[in-house]
Design a protein around this ligand. Structure first.
Ligand code: ARG
Length: 573
C-alpha cells in the first residue's frame, strides 16, 4: 500500500478546505514516535504566503483533520507543526490485506517502464576482480526491485569482448594452438593475458601480428573469429561461475558485448557526420561539446573514430544506446558503472539527445558508484598490491563465515555449516556494499561486515531466524486471526511494515538500494524491541494470535526485502 500517499491525500484535503490549494503540505515521517507517526511541516510557509498567524492556521487545519478515518489525532506543536497519529484499526486492516497477498500488499506500478539495466559488464581480457563487484550486485538488486514493482527489466551485460587487446590475445592463442597447448593455457586467464602481453611488449614481430589480427577480427575473418570465440567462451564461463556463486540473476542470455555492435559502428559515425554533429579533426571523427569544457576552457572532444579508422569504447556506446531504444524499446536506460566514467556518460547522453536518438520520453541514467577501499583508505588490493580476484574474495567470505558459524554453534553438521556459511558469507559481502550510499567510496572490512551486531547481513539474517523460531515454538495457531493493535510498539511495528511499498518505490526511483537496506535494518531492530516489550507466546489467545500475525508479516517482509537485495535467508543458523 502507498501509506504516504494515503496520509498526504487527507492532509491535502485539509489544506484545500482552508483555502491553501497551492501550498505544499511537506509531509514527513516523524522522527520521534513519542509525538506521532507523521509530521506536517507545510503550515508555516503556507501561513507566510497567505499572511496568517501560523499557529492559528495550524489549529484550523488540525481541526479539519478531526473525525477522519485515517488520521486519529492531529496536534499542533511549536510555531505551527502538526503531529499526526494514524488510526490503529486502519493499520490493522492494511496489515491483514498484506498478509493475504503474496505480493505483501505492494502494488504493481501504474506506469510500467521497460528498464534496460547495464550491469556487471566486465572486460573479458581478464578474470573478474573486486572492481566488478559493485556493478554486479547493485545492478542485480535494481533488476529485482524494478521487476517486483511490475516494470519490464532487460538486463544487459555489456562485456568488453572487442578492441585491440583481443588482437594480442588471439595472436597468442594462435601461437599456442600451433604448439598444441591452447586449452591448457586458457584455464588460467590471468596468466594467459600476462604472457600474451609480455610477448607483445618484447617481440616487435609478434606485436605486428597482433595488430594484423585486430584488423582481421574486425573485418570478420572466420579463422580469427573462431579463435576469438574460444577465448570469449572460456572467459564468459568464468564470469558465469562468479555470478552463480554470487546468486545473480544474470545469465548467458543477457550478454550483449561490445562485439555485437561491430557492424553498427560505421553507420553510427556516418550519421553523426551527416548531421554535422561530428566533424573531421586531423583525420579523426570528433564531436566537440560546448557544454563540457576541458581544463583549458575549450570544448571537450568526444572521439568516435580514430585516424586509422578504428572505433572506440565511445563509438560502441553510441551504437548500443540506439539499439537499446530502437530494438529493445527501452524507455529507462540505466548504466550501473563506476563513478569515474561520469563524464563519458554525460557526454554520451548529450550527443544522443542532440542527434535525436534519445527522445524526451526516454530517461538515461548513469547509476554511478564509488570505489571499494581497503582499511588503509586506498583502493582494495592484496598485500602485495595486486588486484584481488572476485572469485577469491567470495571464497574467502565463505571460509570466514563458516568458521564464525561453527564457533557460534558447534553442534551443527558439516553440511549445515557449509550451507549457512555460504549464505552468511555471500550475504555479508553484498549487504556491506548495498547498505552504503552507492555514490560514496566505502571501506571493505571483514570484521564489521560479518558482525552479528549492527547494520549487517548476519544481523538481519539472524533476526529472520528469530522470527522463524517463534513459529517453531508456537505450534498450531489461527493464521486467519484478526490483528488488534494496542501497545505503542505494536503500532510502531505496524506502521513500519506498511511503509514497505513507499520504500521500494523510493529505491526504484532513485536507484539507491541502501534505502531498502536501511529500512530492513530499522524493521529488524523495531521487531526486536517489540519482541522484548510485547510477550507473544505467553499472551492471551487473541493477543497471542494478533502478535503472531505481526511477527509473520515481519518475517515475510524481511525475507522478501532481503531477496530484493539478492540476499538469502535461513530458517536456522
Ligand atoms: N567494460 C566496461 C568497464 O569495465 C564497463 C562497461 C559499462 N557499460 C557501458 N555500456 N559502457 O569499464
Amino acid at each position: 500500500m502507498k501509506l504516504h500517499q494515503l496520509v498526504a491525500t487527507e492532509v491535502e484535503k485539509a489544506f484545500a478546505s482552508n483555502g491553501l490549494q497551492d501550498c505544499p503540505i511537506i509531509l514527513q515521517v516523524a522522527k520521534n514516535h513519542d509525538f506521532g507517526d507523521y509530521q506536517i511541516n507545510g503550515v508555516m510557509p503556507a501561513a507566510k504566503k497567505s499572511q496568517q498567524n501560523p499557529r492559528e492556521l495550524a489549529q484550523k487545519i488540525a481541526l479539519s483533520l478531526a473525525n477522519n478515518s485515517i488520521i486519529a489525532s492531529a496536534e499542533v506543536a511549536g510555531p505551527g507543526f502538526i503531529n499526526l497519529r494514524l488510526h490503529s484499526e486502519m493499520l490493522a486492516q492494511h496489515l491483514q490485506a498484506a498478509l493475504q497477498d503474496e505480493h505483501l500488499g505492494v502494488n504493481r506500478t501504474a506506469e510500467p517502464k521497460t528498464a534496460i539495466i547495464d550491469y556487471s559488464s566486465p572486460n573479458l581480457a581478464k578474470e573478474m576482480h573486486v572492481g566488478h563487484l559493485r556493478s554486479s550486485i547493485i545492478g542485480d538488486s535494481l533488476n529485482r526491485i524494478l521487476s517486483f514493482l511490475g516494470h519490464q527489466v532487460i538486463a544487459q551485460n555489456h562485456v568488453g569482448d572487442w578492441g585491440t587487446q583481443f588482437g594480442m590475445l588471439v595472436a597468442y592463442l594462435y601461437e599456442q594452438n600451433q604448439n598444441g597447448r591452447a586449452d591448457l593455457e586458457l584455464t588460467d586467464l590471468e596468466r594467459f593475458y600476462r604472457d600474451a602481453k609480455k610477448r607483445f611488449d618484447e617481440d616487435e614481430k609478434f606485436a605486428d601480428t597482433a595488430r594484423e589480427y585486430v584488423v582481421k577480427l574486425q573485418g570478420g575473418d572466420p579463422s580469427v573469429l573462431q579463435l576469438w570465440q574460444q577465448f570469449v567462451t572460456t572467459s564468459l564461463q568464468h564470469a558465469q561461475s562468479v555470478y552463480q556463486l554470487l546468486g545473480l540473476k544474470l545469465s548467458p542470455a543477457d550478454v550483449t558485448g561490445e562485439s555485437f555492435y561491430n557492424d553498427q559502428l560505421q553507420p553510427t559515425v556516418d550519421e553523426l557526420m551527416a548531421k554535422g554533429i561530428a566533424v573531421d579533426s586531423d583525420g579523426a571523427k570528433v564531436v566537440f561539446l560546448d557544454e563540457f569544457k576541458n581544463p583549458d576552457g575549450e570544448p571537450a572532444a568526444f572521439v568516435i573514430q580514430k585516424k586509422d579508422g578504428g572505433f572506440l569504447y565511445a563509438s560502441t556506446d553510441l551504437a548500443c544506446l540506439r539499439y537499446r531504444i530502437n530494438t529493445l524499446h527501452g524507455n529507462r536506460l540505466m548504466y550501473v558503472v563506476d563513478a569515474r566514467q561520469s563524464l563519458h556518460f554525460n557526454e554520451l547522453f548529450t550527443i544522443a539527445r542532440q542527434a535525436g536518438w534519445l527522445p524526451d520520453n526516454v530517461v538515461a541514467e548513469h547509476i554511478a558508484f564509488g570505489t571499494m577501499m581497503g582499511k588503509d583508505g586506498k583502493p582494495f588490493k592484496t598485500r602485495s598490491g595486486d588486484t584481488i580476484k572476485l572469485m577469491d574474495l567470495l571464497n574467502e567470505a565463505i571460509v570466514r563465515a563458516k568458521s564464525l558459524v561453527a564457533s557460534k554453534n558447534p553442534d551443527l553438521s558439516d553440511e549445515e555449516i557449509s550451507h549457512i556459511g555460504h549464505v552468511v558469507g555471500i550475504g555479508a559481502v553484498k549487504y556491506a556494499d548495498l547498505s552504503k550510499n552507492r555514490t560514496s567510496d566505502y571501506i571493505f572490512d571483514w570484521d564489521s561486515m560479518l558482525s552479528f551486531e549492527g547494520n549487517t547481513a548476519p544481523y538481519l539474517q539472524y533476526a529472520y531466524t528469530r522470527v522463524q523460531s517463534v513459529f517453531r515454538k508456537a505450534g498450531a495457531w489461527d493464521q486467519g486471526a484478526d490483528i488488534s493493535i494496542t501497545a505503542p510498539l505494536e503500532h510502531q511495528l505496524a506502521l513500519e511494515l506498511l511503509k514497505f511499498e513507499d520504500v521500494l518505490n523510493n529505491t526504484a526511483d532513485t536507484s539507491y538500494p541502501h534505502y531498502l537496506a536501511n529500512y530492513l535494518y530499522q524493521l529488524a531492530t523495531l521487531f526486536s524491541r517489540f519482541y522484548e516489550a510485547c510477550p507473544i507466546l505467553k499472551a492471551d489467545e487473541q493477543v497471542r494470535a494478533s502478535r503472531l500475525q505481526l511477527t509473520r508479516l515481519t518475517g515475510l517482509t524481511l525475507k522478501h526485502g532481503l531477496d530484493l537485495l539478492g540476499i538469502d535467508t535461513l530458517d536456522m543458523m
